[in-house]
Design a protein around this ligand. Structure first.
Ligand code: BGC
Length: 852
């Protein structure tokens, strides 16, 4: 039978409110009939009809949509057996760029300028009455700062940290809330606005007031009455404001202070004033993935340590606690947060740097519940003081962007399963409206290098479309005029490198090429390449500019001073930051070769012939320079380290005998190093591919399964529940062995970057890979090796579920494959035999020579 599996507008099956003039529709059908194919799909939106079979992304191309309007879309498909299936969805337009009747407001009297501190949260309120039967009502809201709304005493919406983090100079999201059923004849709106990212403090320099000197709010209630009349109520001077509300302090780094004794009925209110903003961003209906509460985390133990109750949640994550307390008026409860404990069982907060990560809660009398709304912490442990164990119940909410899970991976080795879970938890902890580096210390910034290397893995595990497209818009808007890309996006006042003109930074800047490319592979929508092409091109030109100082081959060796690069960042085979950076000659040159080759490929896809030729030529020249300058001409590096081999092997810079010799040598180096990892950010995603795809499968598996420090499984067997920033973050005794290495105690236990190995788990161990972007054609080719006797993986592709599950029993190999409708799949068994199959479920088997 033919069935509709998924139908979405702008990647949302429900609740889409969009300002896109041409919203994007995607749909997937499924059939239980082997070999079924679609004959026709018909999409109807607002009187516009599209017919075709390609399900990836169809952009609405009908009459202009009206603002603030609910539309229905219908999709219907017929397959080759004449069966049909259909479905509908509703979506809504936002203000579509139209002007707001509301005005920006703030508290004109409020000033704060102490360095590094957060502003006191402002509370705005407004009472209004309505005179008629309401047919439909919406609240549209945004702020500089982060806001939380309640209407008639109840919270509106479930988001955290709205309006979200964007490059506020160019774009600010607003949110839409359906309040039709929440309005009565008299109403009161109360909106709390904390400093968030826009007012700060933000970044480890704790800059505040980067976008605005104080918080500001813009909100409209649009009411449509049953008789057809409409009314708009917006923020203006008839609103009131106070800084005397119960939330006394809210800061991403320091936590929250909340005084439950405060009633808004008893505080002093002042009239709000119109606020002139320093920025004039485009206001767009939220198009990213908002942060919400997901898993409820419950402590697995509680231990009394000194005056504190130390709770262990059994999992490192990002989020907020939720307290239910039997309290007394003025009783003050303090909750400190940390990722790890010291040997004496107290919290280890040494690596949070200036972040206080503390919740202070002042009770009112009686039973009460509290959970912070305007901050988050990265933690596994909390230490609670000021309350007896019997008077408090504690749980926590994991907070992260609303991302649909699209992947699953598992195998016969529980340690690798835990690794996969750690990758997923580090993703959840760091996909917090923007891709951050870590969720706990005074950083949590959009470091471009981290997502550049991690994007393919993220795209296996989650539907990253909305999240990354929003972030890429900011990246484009923040590209320097010289073509370089800030190392954090949004930069939000953070300026590295400080040299003028801003230069390009290898691998970190590469995000402008690698992230759209990863998304294109996962989704198959060429638009993401088109949108970002100009940025990519200008970036590669900038890299080329910075590389060109030298003669002959040296003209293509990128060797600007190492301090301006991150090089082989966190490579564990050398202990100091300066040594990672000193490898930038290799990493930067390889990056230039790789990005120029990819841009040439993308140019070809976009039919940009001249660009394809230009960047193709450039990448060939850089590859030649890398070989001529860094190798002996026979595949051996003059200065050897793992990343220096991995990059040219993986990026196709070496061929024939040179390639074979380089792979052999890399394999030897790995073996000599006891199969321990030696790569930093640039080499880590690729090292297992470089080995396994070039005949050194056994070395790759030995490295994957290695448990000595440093390795992926060292962390796992030492109790990690997320991916560590530093391979050697804890020693055998649970102490951090890292001393003064030049990084200012840069030690986080929740950094997804080295989790980039997830790509290998999906693509090689489970064997799921796209042959055409979006998996229109895929390949299932499990790599059987190491101690594994089974593995399975599945990806929710744009067409539906692609899955593989294999088992090895002695020398008998069996494989089950599921292929989505509308796609074909090449199945390659370990004996080399290949079949091409269409939609359906299949089972295969063969004998594997030399199996254990
Ligand atoms: C971050 C990294 C980042 C790096 C670049 C660190 O502080 O946590 O993940 O990419 O800085 O230098």
């Amino acid at each position: 039978m033919l069935k509709l599996r998924r139908f979405a507008c702008e990647d949302l099956e429900t609740g889409c409110v969009t300002d896109e003039a041409r919203p994007r529709f995607s749909f997937a059908f499924e059939s239980d009939r082997q070999g079924a194919s679609l004959r026709e799909v018909v999409l109807e939106v607002n009187g516009w009809t599209w017919r075709g079979t390609d399900e990836v992304a169809v952009r609405y191309d009908g009459a202009p949509l009206s603002p603030c309007t609910v539309y229905q879309a219908r999709v219907c498909a017929t397959d080759d057996a004449g069966e049909s299936a259909e479905g509908t969805l509703e979506f809504e337009t936002g203000l579509l760029g139209g002007s707001w009747e509301a005005e920006w407001i703030s508290d004109a009297a409020y000033r704060f300028d102490e360095k590094g501190v957060a502003p006191v949260p402002m509370v705005f309120k407004h009472a209004f009455s309505l005179g008629g039967k309401v047919r439909r009502a919406r609240v549209y809201a945004t702020a500089l700062g982060i806001y939380d709304i309640s209407l008639n005493g109840q919270r509106v919406g479930e988001r955290y940290f709205a309006p979200g983090f964007t490059s506020y100079g160019s774009t600010l999201q607003y949110q839409t809330y359906d309040v039709t059923k929440r309005l009565g004849s008299s109403n009161e709106l109360v909106v709390t606005v904390a400093g968030g990212w826009a007012v700060g403090p933000f970044s480890y320099t704790r800059k505040n007031r980067v976008t605005a000197d104080r918080q500001a709010l813009l909100l409209e209630v649009r009411v449509e009455y049953a008789d057809g009349t409409t009314q708009v109520l917006g923020t203006g001077e008839d609103w009131q404001v106070t800084e005397d509300g119960p939330c006394r302090m809210a800061c991403f780094y320091d936590g929250e202070t909340y005084d439950a004794r405060v009633s808004l009925d008893n505080v002093t209110w002042r009239p709000a004033a119109r606020e002139a903003l320093r920025v004039s961003p485009a206001l767009v209906a939220e198009d990213g993935a908002p942060v919400r509460a997901h898993e409820v985390m419950r402590p697995v133990s509680c231990t009394k340590v000194g005056d504190e109750l130390v709770y262990d949640f059994g999992q490192n994550f990002a989020g907020v606690v939720d307290l239910v307390v039997d309290g007394h008026e003025s009783q003050t409860i303090t909750v400190r947060h940390a990722e790890i404990l010291k040997p004496d069982g107290t919290l280890n907060t040494d690596f949070l740097r200036t972040a206080k990560a503390t919740l202070t809660y002042v009770c009112r009398e009686g039973r009460q519940e509290f959970s912070p709304r305007l901050t988050y912490m990265g933690f596994r442990y909390v230490a609670v003081s000021g309350v007896d164990e019997g008077d408090i119940k504690i749980c926590a909410h994991a907070l992260y962007s609303d991302l649909r899970t699209t992947g699953e991976f598992g195998c016969s080795d529980e340690r690798l399963n835990r690794l996969q879970q750690n990758i997923v938890w580090s993703s959840k902890s760091n996909l917090m409206d923007i891709p951050t580096d870590c969720p706990q210390r005074d950083e949590r910034m959009g470091w471009t290098g981290d997502i550049a290397v991690f994007a393919p893995t993220a795209c296996y595990n989650f539907d990253m479309g909305r999240f990354l497209r929003k972030w890429l818009r900011d990246l484009r808007s923040e590209q320097y005029r010289t073509g370089g890309i800030p190392v954090t996006v949004p930069a939000q006042g953070f300026g590295f490198p400080t040299t003028i003109p801003p230069m390009a930074v290898d691998f970190w800047g590469d995000a402008c090429v690698l992230v759209p490319w990863a998304l294109y592979q996962a989704e198959g929508d060429v638009e993401v390449l088109r949108e970002n092409f100009d940025t990519m091109r200008r970036y590669v030109d900038a890299c080329r500019f910075w590389a060109r100082f030298g003669v002959g081959d040296y003209c293509y060796i990128w060797h600007t001073p190492a301090v301006l690069h991150f090089g082989d960042w966190v490579a564990p085979d050398v202990p100091k930051m300066g040594q990672w950076q000193a490898r930038s000659k290799w990493t930067a040159t390889a990056s230039l070769q790789h990005t120029s080759a990819l841009v040439a490929r993308i140019a070809k896809i976009l039919d940009e012939k001249d660009a394809a030729e230009k960047y193709g030529r450039l990448s060939a020249r850089v590859a030649r320079a890398y070989r001529n300058v860094f190798t002996d001409g026979h595949g051996r590096l003059k200065q050897e380290f793992q990343t220096a081999y991995v990059l040219p092997i993986q990026f196709g810079m070496l061929e024939g005998d040179e390639l074979r010799a380089a792979v052999k040598r890399l394999s030897q180096l790995v073996e000599q190093g006891g199969y321990r990892i030696g790569t930093g950010f640039p080499g880590t995603p690729y090292i297992l591919f470089a080995l396994a795809d070039n005949g050194e499968k056994d070395t790759a598996f030995q490295m994957l399964e290695c448990t000595s420090c440093p390795s992926w499984l060292y962390e796992v067997v030492h109790g990690a529940t997320t991916i560590w920033e530093r391979w050697d973050g804890l020693d055998e005794n649970g102490n951090c062995p890292i001393g003064d290495d030049g990084t200012d105690i840069m030690i986080s236990y929740n950094h997804y970057a080295s989790g980039a190995v997830g790509d290998f788990l999906y693509r090689r161990v489970a064997g799921l890979e796209q042959l055409e972007p979006g998996y229109r054609r895929s390949r299932v080719q499990p790599l059987v090796g190491g101690g594994l006797c089974s593995a399975h993986g599945a990806v929710e592709t744009p067409y539906g579920r692609l899955a593989s599950s294999w088992k090895l029993d002695g020398s008998s190999f069996s494989l089950e494959v599921e292929v989505p409708l509308g796609t074909t799949c090449e199945v390659v068994l370990p004996d080399g035999s290949t079949r091409e199959v269409g939609c359906g479920s299949y089972a295969f088997s063969c004998e594997v020579e030399g199996a254990r």
